[in-house]
Design a protein around this ligand. Structure first.
Ligand code: ADP
Ligand code: MG
Length: 544
């Protein structure tokens, strides 16, 4: 006869289980994700043992997760061929030693009375217990991969105690089974369970078999090496993660190893989503931890100005038990973010050099947001400024001129970078204020993207040349050429100015003679300190 031992849960565990059973009502379906993720962890461990040639129990068993449902009996079970647990592990990990996240979870539960989403449970490293949301009693049978270790059985109602005894299980791995509470009997239904798996665990690296059917056919595409992935698979995967029906503009597949370990499969869409600029909530990078889905729209992974990217990051350094608060400030996340930003900018720089059509499409779809990075990402400010492109008085309407090109074109006497902002390229091209610059053969940047109106004045200078709006009245391109004669000067000019001042004087700051007009008789300019007109217009639009 075997002996059955009874154990007390640790005090915090009792509190935790009490909270789970009595106050956590939302999102009970996540228990499935948590159990699958534990199985996946256990399979990862046994895979590692096999890779390092350790002797394991049931060495020929396929690495997989099997879910068995019985609608009539309202029973659920999940069984894996993972590493299993020794007797000591069973006692410690499922009861007597609270995980470091337990207290944090309890604290959050109490602070957010009733509002804490069941979805968050796994983020605190207490995922196993989420099964007590849907059942009153759990049985765990487990056989450790080490053939010497006896198989064990753990049973608990999650209230105050659990029991442990030897089991006659011979197969390596863990089986967790229970009868569902009446109000959660849906989790014994095939379609329901399959759809939850597709939602949360579709890219788990091991087959998840429900009944006889393998549900997660996709596999972790990003874990494969670049050469083993076809374009077709990439496109399919992109459509799956983004819900876009177009193919992506481009993608980045990263596999970082060494000091940092993560994989990333990221895409740039061809077209922005509807309302993309208005809806700042639209963020699409998923976070995985070792192939297990952790979090949607993971904000800390990318800065705001790159929020057009779609795809996922799978980090091996990041445990599943990370809460949103933790990911927000985690140094690992920051490091990943830095790498991602660098690689994304590298891709865009490559387009700018060698794939101009892609670059143009990108600028049309996401340019305004992308440029805003200049004012927020100071680390990469130079790189972003170098990616700015403009039409100018000397470029065609489709041509893209960089600041570097502009400065290289500058004649010796030109000391500043000139620009003019307006609402359309066509309007700008016909602006009388350009006449003087055309005559002098000096190129002027024509800013017709509202984003440029904000970004360019803030640049201050580029390659040691200041930026200057040609709307400002103090622009002088130096000594005028000898042959040009001023039509009016001296006393007659002063008289004319006096007449004009009298007529419109209170509507303008000043009236001055100008050499800037070649064919037109008069124009308005902005005083030295003034805002340029387009900026003023934008500010008015925004009610500022
Ligand atoms: P976490 O997964 O964050 O450690 P859980 O509450 O989900 O927290 O699981 C607690 C521990 O129980 C795990 O760390 C693992 O040691 C053990 N465990 C749970 N499920 C399994 C399983 N299927 N196979 C092996 N060990 C498991
Ligand atoms: Mg877990």
């Amino acid at each position: 006869e075997q002996t059955r031992q009874q154990f007390e849960f640790k005090a915090e565990m009792k509190q935790l289980l009490h909270l789970i059973i009595n106050s956590l009502y939302t999102n009970p379906e996540v228990f499935l994700r948590e159990l699958i993720s534990n199985s996946s962890d256990a399979l990862n461990k046994v895979r590692f043992m096999q890779l390092t040639n350790e002797t394991v129990q049931s060495a020929d068993d396929p690495l997989q997760i099997k879910i068995t449902l019985d609608e009539k009996e309202q029973t659920f079970s999940i069984e894996d061929t993972g590493v299993g647990m020794t007797e000591q592990e069973l006692v410690e990990r499922l009861g007597t030693i609270a995980s470091s996240g337990t207290l944090e979870f309890i604290k959050q539960m109490q602070e957010n009375k009733g509002k804490l989403d069941g979805n968050m449970i796994g983020q605190f490293g207490v995922g196993f217990y989420s099964a007590f949301m849907v059942t009153d009693e759990i049985t765990v049978e487990t056989k450790h991969a080490n053939p010497e270790m006896p198989a064990m059985k753990w049973v608990s109602d999650g209230k105050g105690t659990f029991t442990i005894e030897e089991s006659d299980r011979t197969q390596r791995g863990t089986k967790i089974s229970f009868k569902l509470k009446e109000e959660h009997k849906e989790f014994a239904e095939n379609w329901r369970v399959k759809s939850i798996i597709k939602k949360y665990s579709n890219f788990v690296d091991y087959p998840i078999v429900v009944g006889e059917e393998e549900v997660n056919k996709k596999g972790a595409l990003w874990q494969k090496s670049k050469n083993d992935i076809t374009d077709e698979e990439l496109n399919e995967f992109y459509k799956f993660v983004s819900n876009d029906f177009n193919e992506p503009l481009d993608h980045l597949h990263l596999a970082m190893e060494g000091r940092m370990n993560f994989k990333a499969l990221l895409f740039v869409p061809k077209k922005r989503k509807p309302n993309f600029f208005q809806n700042e909530e639209l963020k699409s990078i998923q976070l995985y931890s070792n192939r297990v889905f952790v979090q949607e729209d993971c904000e800390p992974l990318l800065p705001e100005y790159l929020r057009f990217m779609e795809g996922l990051v799978d980090s091996e350094d990041l445990p599943l038990n990370v809460s949103r608060e933790v990911t927000q400030y985690s140094p690992i996340m920051n490091k990943i973010k830095d790498v991602l930003v660098g690689k994304i900018l590298g891709m865009i720089e490559y387009w700018a050099e060698s794939e101009t059509d892609k670059f143009k499409t990108f600028l049309t779809e996401f340019g305004p947001l992308f440029k805003s990075g200049i004012n927020s990402d100071f680390t990469n400010r130079e790189r972003l400024i170098n990616l700015l492109r403009f039409q100018t008085t000397k470029s065609g309407d489709d041509e893209l001129v960089s600041l570097k090109q502009y400065v290289e074109h500058m004649p010796d006497f030109q000391k500043q970078i000139y620009y003019l902002s307006g609402q359309s390229l066509k309007e700008l091209r016909n602006d009388p204020r350009l006449e003087y610059f055309k005559k002098k053969d000096v190129e002027v940047l024509l800013l017709h993207d509202p984003a440029d109106t904000f970004v360019v004045p803030g640049l201050m200078n580029f390659m040691e040349k200041e930026f200057a709006s040609i709307e400002k009245s103090d622009i002088d391109l130096g000594k005028d050429d000898e042959s040009a004669q001023d039509a009016l000067s001296g006393e007659p000019l002063d008289k004319l100015i006096a007449v004009i001042k009298e007529a419109i004087g209170d509507k303008v700051e000043d009236v001055t003679a100008s050499k800037r007009l070649v064919e037109s008789a008069a124009t308005l300019t902005v005083g030295k300190e003034g805002m340029d007109t387009q900026m003023e217009y934008m500010m008015k639009m925004m009610n500022q």
